[in-house]
Design a protein around this ligand. Structure first.
Ligand SMILES: [Zn+2]
Length: 438
């Protein structure tokens, strides 16, 4: 925790200074407590609600809430007249279009950026399709940097402030060192991507694995738990509608633990346990695309043979269906709807491979819910039977439990959404960086 490190590492020989530092840290701690209670709440809360939820006094909460309002993290809704006698309560809600997070992504067939505000709404977005197989990192990241600058200028012109950015990459990322180890489908390896974006230093950028960020995007956004009816009174959207989700607002709530599988040209996954990513020792977990389905299968770009990607990745499916690799996934979907035999066979092959990989995972890690994202969201109806057959055959516990296989809630450009939300999660967790009070 930065605030603890900051307070313990500061050299404070004088006793008074030490006391001041402790008080400073206590204020930061309490501010984060109130911030979490407000942003994680299922509906707008009043100052009295927050005092009850945090155990702080009403007076302390009022001071801290005022600081969050001044810092533009929180805003007041019109007062609600109480049913019994007393002062009207003022509901508090995450502020719209003030402090925002930027999610950037390079994937094999597009690059782009999404800006989200604290309510979880998309306030700016730009996505550029293109074939980035075997591309030049400096050229691609230079273009993405220019795109990011356009987005930042666009939102700053509307008086929004960008808290930071996350760059999602489809490969092994050493987030601490800021190094991309390898992204097989891009043909990129072993370099520092952030400097190549050429972004100003005032905008902190971190890198992360694309599937991990897309997995985090499936969790409710800060302030989004209430559903927009509570937190976004201006828009009047139906409850359950989230940025990037399908218009259908009836999606069941995502459990706190699940596996998210992202299908693109490559296949990644995010293991989410109790709302946190299980990253593994070095942050490299979730490489389900390189789980072996058949050791005698085709060669993969990673150097091994018979990886899941070689059956259920986008290119592999299009190739098996006899469709040009630069065709959009809709061409494959149309062929499936039309009952084209080669397309149906490709879907069975992909679903079988995916089912085998998932069966291995479920046998090892007893998780009940798998969310399918990327191109799998639309393909799921065509893959489900083959996947289920493999799960039933191979999961030891299958007679007593059924895997809940469902489309991802946030499907489109989920890694960008997840990246922007991660930036905002950091803002909510350490709001004192944005306040001026002491
Ligand atoms: Zn592989």
């Amino acid at each position: 925790m930065n605030r603890d490190e900051a307070s313990t590492s500061s050299r404070t020989p004088a006793r008074g200074r030490s006391t001041a530092a402790r008080q400073h840290t206590l204020r930061e701690y309490n501010l984060a407590l109130v911030s979490h209670a407000l942003f994680d709440a299922p509906r707008p809360r009043s100052r009295a609600d927050l005092a009850a939820a945090t155990g702080l006094t009403r007076a302390t909460v009022s001071v801290l809430v005022d600081q969050l309002i001044d810092a533009r993290l929180v805003r007041e809704l019109p007062p609600v007249t109480p049913q019994r006698a007393g002062r009207p309560a003022v509901p508090l809600t995450p502020a719209e279009r003030t402090i925002v997070g930027l999610g950037l992504e390079v994937n094999v067939d597009y690059l782009g950026g999404t800006v989200l505000d604290l309510t979880g709404q998309v306030v700016a977005q730009e996505v550029v399709p293109g074939d980035l197989h075997g591309s030049d990192p400096a050229e691609v990241l230079g273009r993405l940097g220019a795109l990011a600058r356009r987005l930042v200028e666009e939102v700053e012109a509307q008086d929004m402030q960008v808290a930071g950015a996350r760059l999602a990459l489809p490969g092994l990322v050493d987030a601490r060192a800021g190094r991309l180890q390898v992204a097989p489908n891009l043909g990129w390896s072993s370099f520092l991507p952030v400097p190549l974006l050429g972004l100003p230093e005032r905008l902190p950028v971190e890198i992360a694995n694309e599937a991990n960020l897309a997995g985090l995007a499936q969790l409710a956004a800060p302030g989004d738990a209430a559903g927009p009816a509570g937190t976004r009174p201006r828009s009047g959207e139906p409850s359950g509608d989230r940025p990037g989700s399908t218009p259908d607002g009836a999606a069941p709530p995502v459990p706190s633990s699940f596996l998210y599988v992202s299908g693109e040209v490559g296949i990644g996954s995010a293991i989410v346990i109790d709302r946190e990513l299980f990253l593994g020792n070095r942050g490299w977990s979730g490489e389900i695309g390189h789980v072996v389905v058949d050791p005698n299968g085709p060669r993969c770009l990673c150097g091994a043979t018979g990886c899941l990607e070689q059956y259920a990745g986008k290119d592999a499916m299009l190739r098996a269906a006899g469709i040009a690799l630069d065709a959009p996934i809709e061409t494959f979907l149309d062929a499936l709807e039309a009952g084209t035999p080669s397309a149906l066979a490709a879907a069975v092959s992909a679903g079988t491979a995916l089912g085998r990989a998932l069966a291995n995972f479920v046998n090892l890690v007893d998780i009940e819910t798998v969310l399918l994202g990327g191109i799998y969201t639309d393909l799921l109806p065509h893959l489900r039977d083959a996947v289920t057959t493999e799960l039933t055959t191979r999961v030891l516990a299958s007679p007593w439990t059924e895997l809940d296989l469902r489309p991802a809630l946030v499907a489109d450009h989920a890694a960008m959404v997840g990246g922007a939300r991660t930036v905002l999660r950091d803002v909510v967790a350490a709001p004192s960086a944005w306040t001026t009070g002491d």
